[in-house]
Design a protein around this ligand. Structure first.
Ligand SMILES: O=C([C@H](O)CO)[C@H](O)[C@H](O)COP(=O)(O)O
Length: 381
């Protein structure tokens, strides 16, 4: 399940409704994230009213926060106006980054969760809701703005200044993706059935797609319509055509090689736009100057990059997942990690700020794949 960039203040996070709801996740006291499926598409753009804990709150996404805060800045006390104005500036600056990195930020707010945007949006929403103490909220707003400014610097390598990356994703659990790296559709359906309850994304591995063809995407999606289906096409040429085929077969996310020609990446992105779906740039084989290429492909409109060490690279002596995590931290764009994630390493993947953790061997090679997936999920804080 994807969690929306909408991060809303709640009056009481102790509400049984919020605690038990499959559709909301407590980020921290006073703030929840809502699942995409729970938010009608139009509301992701315009905001909507929802009754939570008996109070009506205004929910909005990052772009909406910008618009609404304009209204707010016309009224209220001087302190409120100043606070909202700084938030507006911060949100706009962040939004520009979102626009820059993703051609479809408004339609994919889930991938816009980075660099302090939700914190600012949430704080703007708090001030606007008028439901809680204004002084406290203005304090929260200022903090969010400061955090966003700090995050501005996070794209730069950590240098002598000693400035560390500002916290970005850590309040929101990383999504778990199982790589169905098996050779038959039958085995893939079995593995998907065993693990679906514990994962957010079902990935059809490249070998599976090659063995069974695009119909395998259709079959997995039909069996698990509530899950995001990721087609690991690893497209190296004819990006638009190949991505189009995978999306038409039912994929929600499709990979294109980050090492491919820029036009191949752009082509896949164009297909993604046409279908309203997401393209992921797989950075497998890009090792030298990986951060530079990650930033380049991000600007081409992919939803996020997969920083990936393939099975052959993992088999080399001295391989460590840490280099992938370090590059993710340094790149300052949304990323997933794939490269032999195990129970021992999944916490560090989350700490790196990854959006998605991809696990193949740790699940399909386990004696009990369901238990392995469940365990990995439980290790995500
Ligand atoms: O993409 C993958 C690889 O290239 C084989 O197709 C894997 O799905 C990915 O590496 C995740 O698997 P593990 O590395 O075994 O966790």
């Amino acid at each position: 399940m994807f969690w929306s960039a909408v991060s809303v203040p709640v009056i009481s996070s102790h509400s049984p409704l919020l605690r038990s709801s499959k559709n909301s996740r407590l980020i921290r006291d006073g703030e929840i994230a809502l699942s995409h499926s729970w938010i009608p598409p139009s509301s992701r753009i315009r905001g909507f009213r929802s009754r939570i804990s008996g109070r009506i709150l205004r929910l909005r996404d990052c772009t909406d926060a910008q618009n609404r805060s304009t209204e707010r800045s016309r009224t209220g006390t001087r302190a409120e106006r100043t606070a909202v104005k700084s938030a507006q500036t911060a949100v706009r600056a962040r939004q520009r980054t979102v626009d820059h990195h993703s051609a479809r930020p408004r339609r994919t707010p889930g991938f816009a969760i980075w660099k302090g945007v939700p914190a600012v949006c949430s704080a703007v929403a708090s001030v606007r809701s008028g439901a809680v103490d204004r002084r406290a909220e203005i304090g929260a707003l200022s903090q969010a703005v400061a955090r966003s400014r700090l995050a501005d610097r996070s794209a730069e390598p950590i240098g002598k200044s000693g400035i560390r990356r500002a916290p970005r994703f850590e309040e929101i659990a990383v999504k778990l993706q199982v790589a169905l790296d098996v050779a038959t559709l039958e085995d893939a359906l079995t593995l998907a059935r065993q693990t679906a309850d514990h994962v957010d994304i079902l990935e059809l591995g490249t070998p599976l797609i090659k063995a069974e063809g695009l119909d395998a995407i259709k079959a997995i999606k039909a069996a698990h319509p509530d899950k995001l289906v990721f087609a690991d096409m690893k497209t190296a040429d004819a990006g638009e055509l190949e991505a189009d085929l995978a999306f038409a077969a039912g994929a929600d996310l499709v990979t294109v090689m980050g090492a491919a020609d820029d036009d191949t990446v752009r082509g896949a992105v164009a297909a993604g736009r046409k279908h309203g779906k997401d393209v992921v740039a797989d950075m497998i084989t890009v090792v030298a100057d990986r951060v530079t290429r990650i930033r380049e492909v991000s600007k081409m409109g992919v939803s996020f990059v997969e920083i990936h060490a393939g099975l052959d690279e993992q088999a080399k002596p001295g391989y460590t997942i840490q280099t992938l995590l370090d590059d993710g931290k340094q790149a300052g764009v949304p990323f997933s990690i794939a490269g032999g994630i195990k129970a021992e390493s999944i916490a560090s993947v989350q700490d790196s700020g990854a959006t998605v953790a991809v696990a193949g061997g740790a699940i399909y090679s386990a004696k009990d794949p369901a238990a392995a997936a469940k365990n990995l999920k439980s290790l995500i804080r």
